[in-house]
Design a protein. Sequence first.
Length: 145
Amino acid sequence: MLQYRIDDVQDPGNLGTIIRTAEWFGIKHIICSIGTVDAYNPKVVQATMGSLARIQVHYIDLHEFISSTDLPVYGALLNGQSIYQTEWSTEGLIVMGNEGNGISEEIITLIDQAVTIPRIGQAESLNVAVATTIFCSEIVRRQLV
């Protein structure tokens, strides 16, 4: 099963939405960097709409964790292969980045496959919670086909 890693997400509403999205798509665990907003921040709890009670959120040193795994690591980056053309493994890690800075340079060096959501319009970037939802949807869609 693919697992999500969150790299320093700061906005409580974003983390809450990511947790709620994870539950929607059947993801049981989210692993966050030490710098990610606290899952028990009242705004995070409110944004999860109850999903926090059913999803396990772990805080660890992402660099150490990713360095110690043999699983493929996919990173949500602006310059990468289209999410719609990516060959997803049945197991692996997906790293989503910070709202303002994306994935940290330290973590980028550990990514095996950069993946992007193709941009059609002129927007500079997507909100991390929205991008996570698109990733979840595409991966689940592929598993159901």
